[in-house]
Structures are given as structure tokens and as C-alpha cells.
Design a protein around this ligand. Structure first.
Ligand code: 3H9
Length: 698
């Protein structure tokens, strides 16, 4: 009898329970166990109906992703599903938690499905660069119609039990999965309800068979944001087979598509990113079993763009916030912006109509830092200078309750230094959110010298609770993300002095898959900020300075490295900028040359990877995958390239080290000399991934 799947009999009902923590993934043992138990239940004459359910926190969360890329082990999932579907006795999937991927495919092969009201059902394979490979693309459209199927399969987001019920994906919402499933089977047996095999039911395909635009319009809507990705398009094709081909042929085509994707570089990178994100939750150097401190209320200092966005993230997760400003006027403005933001989302249908009022009710606006007293976590998002931060943290010492975690949202200042202004440095750390903070998923959790392990665990836990992806980093200028970005920025600027144009550099970077190039990004952030800081430090950057002197501060003035038409954020190349660059180069006696796209790509990416190597060597990031998480969730690195460190491994570290050494010499730039770690790995023929594997083994 299987270790992970059990069959029990309650009178005439056979209960098959999968129990394979943490998420009941479909490992070979689980597949084998289900097959064995279903066969046994069919063979048992006392059993008239079967419930398939799961123990633990969730229904089956999908195929076991760790098995992909390894030699397949029997039984194949499709064979298990055929056994279920062909059962002469009714089989009911009883769902709680999440029925995802292969998990939902198991449920779709059952004759009926019931679920608890909190359950979520989805086919998220595209998010791993895959398509559902066990009949999901053929059975789901038959269950819910092609439109919703396309939305779920090409978009990858799950739906809740209520929507599943409305669309015929489940039959009933039940109280408990096993008991509800059992009661439902008893009803089926009593009523002698005929079995519903989705395979044989084309009724919901009829409309799209008659009018294919129903399908193609749904696909067009769902693939709008899929630039560069292979899986959403292949997944859409597979749904198309459900409409065009008999079930068995469709299933065969789906399988071909799945096998092609599972072997693709994109899916490998996306699966890597899935595990990288989960690895990032494991904090190096924190004793096992360290518990987070409870956080029931958060205080946020500063209701500006960052503070407001952070407050929204907490309220979105149902956590009460005290939002603190220095004056009524600023507070009112900040509260107003949040309300408008939520109302706009509600108007688009992104959140329920009553959500803005409910979320605003969770935010208590107050004037004066003395109001932090109730908060278990204080996040400071005030003006970005050391003097102001120190003053604020000094005051927090006086007003925050003992044991409250005190976080700074600084994007580059030294947290050790900030911590010195309190008598409780063990409670101080950084929580660096990215703008817009209510949207961007990354939160760099900055661990200072004296940060207590449980304070750190508190920050990581609360970040996850508000749907952020936390990455623990150490103290240094710019932490992981901005420190690497600075290297790219430096080369981007240098390229203009050598003959490249902003639009050429940006085009190479966006073609690579980044959402924006460095110059469009500068225009968005505002060029005047850097200009002022350069002036303060007595530094010159002739092209950027000349733009600012001409009043070109970026999007906010309608002109920067690009020009912008009124009301539009689309960057348009501007001949005036070209002229300004030419004049500057002439004045400085610089010669222009033709810079190839290949050189641009290398000089945009390799210096960042070099900086990443330094970050690893200094222990600022514990693992290369943590750096990748920062780039994937904070800077829009294309998920199908895994992250900069992962991508570097695919390019080859020797090549990268050689090219950096070449550019260091060619452009007389010592900052491009390969970092010692990069050089060593390159010389040994190793990868960044080998470091992670070695540290795991140790
Ligand atoms: C598929 O099904 C293909 C089929 O169509 C075709 C087959 C032929 N496999 O996320 P958490 C681990 S593709 C292996 O922190 P949560 C995870 O690594 C699959 N391991 O928990 C972590 O391990 P550790 C389609 C998995 O409560 C632990 O479980 N399915 C898998 O925040 C806890 O995970 C998906 O894409 C897996 N499938 O979230 C669903 N899933 O503790 C992927 C999780 O050692 N999973 N692990 O770090 C999820 O979205 C979330 O894990 C879930 C739980 C929502 C289920």
C-alpha cells in the first residue's frame, strides 16, 4: 500500500486521501499511489462511489516541479487520469487550499468537483514557462467554455470557488472537503446521476466552433503583456486544439507542446525563478525556529509617494496602519492620493466597489511622530538624508513601544549609522520598497550589524504577508539592486560620449526584455535629482548637465533624453537631443564612433554582473539567486532569463570576464576589471550556481 496515498471505506464510499506534504505535489510516489487506490476502489464491490481528497493545507498543487528535466518515472500522469476518468463508479474531487496545474487536471479528470469556499483553482503552468500537460487545455474549455479557459490557462491566475461554481467548474461549495465530498457522492449514488466525463462533452465548445473570434479575441486580450514569452502563445494554441480537434488528438498535441516547453531555456529559467523566490525566504545565519514578533499594527512615517504606497500595501492585506505626517496639509494630500488610487482601481474592476472605503478605514492618519506608540512595526519613509533619518530614529526611541521593529525605507543610506541614533539597534533594519510601492513586489530587507534575528524574521514574514517578495541584503551603498544599477547607468552615460544615442541604448535593453532602458528610466525618475546631487558633490556629467541646463528634466517637463507629447508617457527620440550631444562632444573634443548593439548589450549587462560578483564576495547577498530575485521583482528583469546571475551562467562566466577585461582596456575604465570572484569562477570553468550548490552542501 502506498505511503502517501490511502484508501479508506466509509460504507459504500471509498475515500482516497493524498498526504504528501508540503503541497501534495504529484511526485511519482503520489501518482503511483493514486493509481493504486483508484484501482482498488474500483475493484472493491462494496464501494459505489469515490472521493479524491487531500490531507494537510492544500489539494494537489501540481506536478512535482523538481522532477522536470529528469528521466520520467512511471506512471505517467495522463495514465492515472485515464484510470480515473474511465472509472465506472463516480469519482469526486473534494478540494481545499489550491488545486493548481496537475492538481486541477486531476480534478478535471474526476466526474465531479466540489470545493470549500476559500479554495482556489487554476492552471498556472505558463508562469513556469509551460502549458498544462495532462489534459488541462482540453478538459478546462469543455468545463467552463473557451473564454474563461483562455483567461485561466494563458493568464495563469487561479479563480475562487464562487467563480468556479458560477462557471460550472465545480458542482457545489461544501463545508469540509472530505465530509462535503462524501455527502456529495452519497447523493450521486442515491440519485444514480450519470457520470460526467468532460472528454465526451463538447457542449461548451459549440459557440467558439461556430464563431472562432470568441477564442481569438480572448487570446489577443490575454497575450497583450506576453512580449518575449513562448509559453502563453503555445498554451493558447493548445486551447485552440480543444476547439478544432477530437479530444484524443487534442491531448496528443497538448502533450507535444508541453514536452517542447519543458525542455526550453525559458521554462528552465522560470522554474529556477520559482525556487529562487522560495530560497529567498530562508535567511542565512538565523537560528532554526526563530519566530517572528507579532505585528498587528504598522506605523508609517511620511505620506508621500513612498509612504502612501507602503501604507496601501498593508491596507490591501487587511493590516491596520497609522499614517503619520508632520502637518495636516501633507496628511490630507497623502490620504487623498491613496483614496484616488483605490477608486481608480475599483473603477477598472480591479477590486470590489466597496474596497476603497474598507481600505481607507484601515488607515488612521495622524500628525506627529508621538503617535507611533501602538505600532509593532514602524516604517520610516521621510526625506532621504542621513541627518533627517537620525533625528527621526532618535525620536522613535522615545515613542515606539519596546520590541517594535524599526525600519527605514532608505534606498541607499547606511542602516548601521541610522541604528546608532537609537538605544535599540537590535530592532533596526531596512525595508526598501520600490516605487510604486503598492505595485512593485520586491522588498529588500536590509540586515544591519546589530539587527536581531527575530527582527529580521519579522520583516521577512510581514513582507510576505503583504504579498511582497523579500530578499535579505547587507548594508552597502544602494544595497543590491541600486548598487548594480549604478554600474549600468555609468556605462550608459559613457556610451553617449562614444557615439551611441539614448534611443539606441534603450532599444537594446528593451529588446533584451527589460521594461525600460536607462534613459527612459531617467526621464521617468526626473533628471534634476541627479543634477542637483552632482552639483552638491562637485561632479560633472556634461551631457546630462547640458540637458538639465536646457530645462529638460524628463517626463515632468515633457522633455529629457526624449520628448513627450502632452499627456503621453511614450518616449519620442528628439533631434534636439542628438544636436545637444553632438555639440557637447565637439566642445569636449570627443570623436564619435559606431557602437554596435552587441557592445551596448555587453556594456549594459556585464558590469552589473561584475558588481553582483562583488556583492556575493562581500556577503551583501547570501546567494546568487537572491540577487536574481531582486532583479526579477524590483526591476522587471525578464523572468524567462532567470535573473542576471542565472543569465550570466548561461552566457558563460569566462566569456563575461574576458569581455569585461577587454572593455576595461579599450575604454580605459578600471571599474570594468573583472571582480576576483568572477575571475576565479571563470578560470575554474564554474558557474555562480556552483556557489549556491556548494554552500547548500556545506
Ligand atoms: C504542472 O502541474 C504541470 C502539469 O500540467 C503537467 C504534468 C505532466 N513542486 O510556495 P510555498 C514547494 S506544473 C515541487 O513556500 P505557499 C516549495 O518549493 C506545476 N515543490 O508555500 C516550498 O518548498 P520549501 C503547477 C513545490 O503556501 C514548499 O513547497 N503548479 C511545488 O506560500 C512550500 O511552497 C504550480 O505552479 C511543486 N509544484 O504556497 C504551483 N509547489 O519549503 C506552485 C510548492 O522547501 N506552487 N513546492 O522552500 C505554488 O504556487 C505555491 O507553492 C502554493 C503554496 C500556492 C501551492
Amino acid at each position: 500500500m502506498s505511503e502517501v496515498v490511502k484508501l479508506e471505506r466509509h460504507d459504500e464510499v471509498g475515500i482516497v486521501t493524498v498526504n504528501s506534504p508540503p503541497v501534495n505535489a504529484l511526485s511519482a510516489a503520489v501518482r503511483g499511489g493514486i493509481l493504486e487506490c483508484i484501482k482498488a476502489a474500483i475493484a472493491d464491490p462494496a464501494i459505489k462511489g469515490i472521493v479524491l481528497t487531500c490531507a494537510g493545507r492544500t489539494f494537489i498543487a501540481g506536478a512535482d516541479i523538481t522532477e522536470f528535466g529528469k528521466p520520467p518515472k512511471p506512471p505517467a500522469l495522463n495514465d492515472v487520469l485515464s484510470e480515473i476518468e474511465n472509472s465506472p463508479k463516480p469519482v469526486v474531487a473534494a478540494i481545499h487550499g489550491t488545486a493548481l496545474g496537475g492538481g486541477l487536471e486531476v480534478a478535471l479528470a474526476c466526474h465531479f468537483r466540489v470545493a470549500v469556499k476559500e479554495a482556489k483553482l487554476g492552471l498556472p503552468e505558463v508562469k513556469l514557462g509551460l502549458l498544462p500537460g495532462a489534459g488541462g487545455t482540453q478538459r478546462l474549455p469543455r468545463a467552463v467554455g473557451p473564454e474563461l479557459a483562455v483567461k485561466m490557462i494563458v493568464g495563469g491566475d487561479p479563480i475562487g470557488a464562487a467563480e468556479a461554481l458560477k462557471n460550472g467548474l465545480i458542482e457545489e461549495i461544501v463545508e469540509g472537503p472530505a465530509s462535503g465530498g462524501e455527502a456529495f457522492v452519497r447523493k450521486l449514488i442515491a440519485e444514480k446521476r450519470p457520470l460526467r466525463r468532460l472528454r465526451d462533452d463538447d457542449s461548451k465548445l459549440a459557440a467558439a466552433k461556430a464563431d472562432r473570434s470568441i477564442f481569438t479575441n480572448a487570446v489577443a486580450a490575454m497575450t497583450k503583456k506576453s512580449r518575449g514569452l513562448e509559453a502563453p502563445f503555445a498554451a493558447a494554441d493548445a486551447v485552440g486544439y480543444a476547439i478544432d480537434l477530437p479530444f484524443d488528438e487534442g491531448l496528443k498535441k497538448e502533450r507535444e507542446g508541453f514536452l517542447k516547453l519543458v525542455a526550453s531555456d525559458q521554462s528552465k529559467a522560470q522554474r529556477y525563478a520559482f525556487f529562487a523566490e522560495r530560497e529567498a525566504n530562508k535567511i542565512a545565519g538565523v537560528p532554526d525556529g526563530t519566530k517572528p514578533r507579532p505585528v498587528n499594527r504598522v506605523a508609517i512615517l511620511g505620506a508621500g509617494t513612498m509612504g502612501g504606497g507602503i501604507a496601501m500595501s498593508f491596507a490591501n492585506a487587511g493590516i491596520p496602519v497609522t499614517l503619520i505626517e508632520t502637518g495636516e496639509e501633507q496628511l490630507k494630500r497623502g490620504m487623498g492620493v491613496m483614496q484616488k488610487n483605490w477608486e481608480a482601481t475599483a473603477a477598472r474592476g480591479g477590486i470590489p466597489a466597496d474596497a476603497p472605503a474598507k481600505r481607507m478605514a484601515l488607515i488612521d492618519g495622524k500628525v506627529g511622530i508621538e503617535n507611533v506608540g501602538d505600532a509593532d512595526l514602524v516604517i520610516e519613509a521621510v526625506f532621504e538624508t542621513m541627518a533627517v533619518k537620525k533625528e527621526v530614529f532618535g525620536k522613535l526611541d522615545q515613542y515606539a513601544k519596546p520590541g517594535a521593529v524599526l525600519a527605514s525605507n532608505t534606498s541607499y543610506l547606511n542602516i548601521d549609522e541610522i541604528a546608532k541614533s537609537t538605544k535599540r539597534p537590535q530592532d533596526v533594519l531596512g525595508m526598501h520598497f520600490f516605487s510604486p510601492a503598492n505595485v512593485m513586489k520586491l522588498c529588500e530587507i536590509v540586515r544591519a550589524d546589530k539587527t536581531a534575528p527575530d527582527a529580521l524574521v519579522t520583516a521577512v514574514t510581514i513582507a510576505r504577508k503583504i504579498a511582497k517578495v523579500p530578499a535579505v541584503v547587507g548594508v552597502c551603498d544602494g544595497f543590491v539592486g541600486n548598487r548594480m544599477l549604478a554600474q549600468r547607468g555609468k556605462q550608459a552615460e559613457k556610451l553617449l560620449f562614444e557615439g551611441a544615442l539614448p534611443q539606441q541604448v534603450d532599444a537594446v535593453v528593451t529588446k533584451f526584455g527589460m521594461p525600460m532602458g536607462p534613459f527612459a528610466m531617467g526621464d521617468l525618475a526626473g533628471l534634476d535629482i541627479g543634477w542637483r546631487s552632482r552639483k552638491d558633490r562637485g561632479i560633472k556629467s556634461e551631457i546630462a548637465d547640458a540637458l538639465c541646463e536646457a530645462g529638460r528634466f524628463g517626463q515632468k517637463t515633457g522633455k529629457g533624453y526624449y520628448k513627450y507629447e502632452a499627456g503621453s508617457r511614450a518616449p519620442l527620440p528628439d533631434p534636439e537631443v542628438e544636436k545637444l550631444i553632438d555639440e557637447t562632444l565637439l566642445r569636449l573634443g570627443r570623436k564619435k564612433r559606431v557602437v554596435s548593439d552587441e557592445e551596448i548589450l555587453e556594456r549594459m549587462m556585464y558590469p552589473m554582473i561584475n558588481e553582483g560578483a562583488k556583492i556575493l564576495e562581500e556577503g551583501i547577498a547570501a546567494r546568487p539567486s537572491d540577487i536574481d530575485v531582486v532583479w526579477l521583482y524590483g526591476y522587471g528583469w525578464p523572468i524567462y532569463r532567470g535573473g542576471p546571475m542565472y543569465w550570466a551562467d548561461t552566457v558563460g562566466l569566462k566569456h563575461i570576464a574576458d569581455r569585461l577585461a577587454f572593455y576595461a582596456k579599450e575604454t580605459n575604465d578600471p571599474s570594468l576589471e573583472p571582480a576576483p570572484l568572477l575571475k576565479r569562477l571563470a578560470a575554474e570553468g564554474k558557474t555562480f550556481a556552483s556557489l549556491a550548490a556548494a554552500s547548500k552542501a556545506a
